[in-house]
Design a protein around this ligand. Structure first.
Ligand code: NAP
Length: 309
């Protein structure tokens, strides 16, 4: 089968498209014919050798996947040949930038039926990140307020939709290129961070500040003033320390997304109920994945790109 893989970490040029053997699913695993894998910034970080994730080389990237079951290992229950599934694979395992992928059955759920199967790969880890940041770590509930910084990106547009649906008042920052997307996702207030000083534009403190942007460290610390006493600062940008304020009981939490099969199934239901929109910006073939990594390394990828074998 065709797969994109790297034998050593390094620049995007370490990625190669090769013919490799199809793996046989072990007990508890299934093999999918891949419909798509999604590109995530962490794929770029793992290929560059910058993330502390113990990948075994050679490694196939693409841990968010969608596909159709075509072989089933021993002991797998509730999954049949031909089932259409999506999943967030353990990041150290081979991913779905290939024609086929072997996945632990416990990382898969039935794909949304209301969108193309390939587009389902755009959902798992990013929507789970948004959920965990808002509700598991931020503990947000109806009637509360959240300020989402960097809301115009992939995690941000899921976060706005999920927060708004839960009855949370959403203040979102976006540059002009993302303002329409942030409004469409359901933000109550939108602040153009390129034209306005956030510290003066936010007129009432929030319960949770969710940061999704590569802020300057001092700029991030200043924003803590916008969080009420006893509130929470949550951030997904793990390379940046998350500031809190112990004197006002403001907690600081850095999110590292965790697999959660039940939650992922819930997110799929929201998609099929029309309560959560999955946006795919670009669809590219496997052969273009090295060029996409080069674009990402240069900081030029925006929105969700999926890779179709
Ligand atoms: N820790 C985890 O488990 C985990 C999981 C998933 C993602 N992440 C990380 O979380 C971050 C967000 O992910 P994503 O997929 O949503 O990324 P993304 O699509 O690139 O979105 C990031 C957004 O940040 C905004 N931004 C950039 N510089 C900014 C600044 N100085 N001030 C305010 N906003 C700024 C951009 O907004 P505009 O469009 O408005 O210009 C962009 O849309 C990334 O760093 C990603 O690697 C971490």
């Amino acid at each position: 089968m065709k797969a994109v893989l790297f034998h050593e970490t390094g620049a995007p040029e370490v990625l190669r498209i090769e013919d490799i053997e199809k793996k046989v699913p072990a007990a508890g695993e299934v093999r999918l014919r891949v419909a798509a894998s999604a590109f995530n910034a962490a794929d770029n970080g793992m290929r560059a050798g910058l993330l502390p994730i113990p990948v075994v080389l050679p490694h196939v990237p693409g841990y968010d996947i969608s596909g159709t079951v075509e072989a089933i290992g021993d002991g797998v229950e509730g999954i049949e040949l031909g089932d259409r599934m999506i999943g967030f694979l353990p990041m150290e395992r081979d991913g779905g930038a290939a024609e086929f992928v072997v996945a632990p059955a416990e990382s898969l759920v039935a794909a949304p039926t209301s969108i193309p199967l390939a587009d389902g790969a755009a959902l798992p880890s990013v929507a789970l990140t948004a959920w965990q940041a808002l509700f598991d770590e931020g503990r947000l509930g109806a009637g509360q307020r959240v300020l989402i910084v960097g809301a115009g990106g992939v995690v941000g547009t899921y976060a706005i939709q999920l927060a708004a649906r839960a009855g949370v008042y959403v203040v979102a920052t976006a540059s002009p290129r993302s303002i329409d997307a942030v409004r469409a996702a359901g933000a109550d207030e939108v602040i153009d961070h390129t034209a306005t000083d956030l510290l003066t534009a936010v007129d009432e403190q929030v319960d949770v500040l969710l940061n999704l942007a590569p802020l300057d460290e001092q700029q991030f610390e200043n924003l803590v003033a916008l969080v009420r006493n006893g509130g929470t600062v949550v951030s997904t940008t793990a390379f940046l320390p998350t500031p809190g304020d112990a004197s006002r009981d403001v907690r600081a939490v850095t999110v590292f997304v965790l697999p959660n099969r039940a939650r992922l199934a819930e997110l799929v239901s929201l998609v099929d109920d029309g309560q959560l929109t999955v946006e795919v910006t670009r669809r590219i073939p496997l052969a273009e994945l090295p060029a996409l990594h080069a674009e990402a390394s240069a900081g030029r990828v925006s929105g969700k790109v999926i890779v179709i074998p």
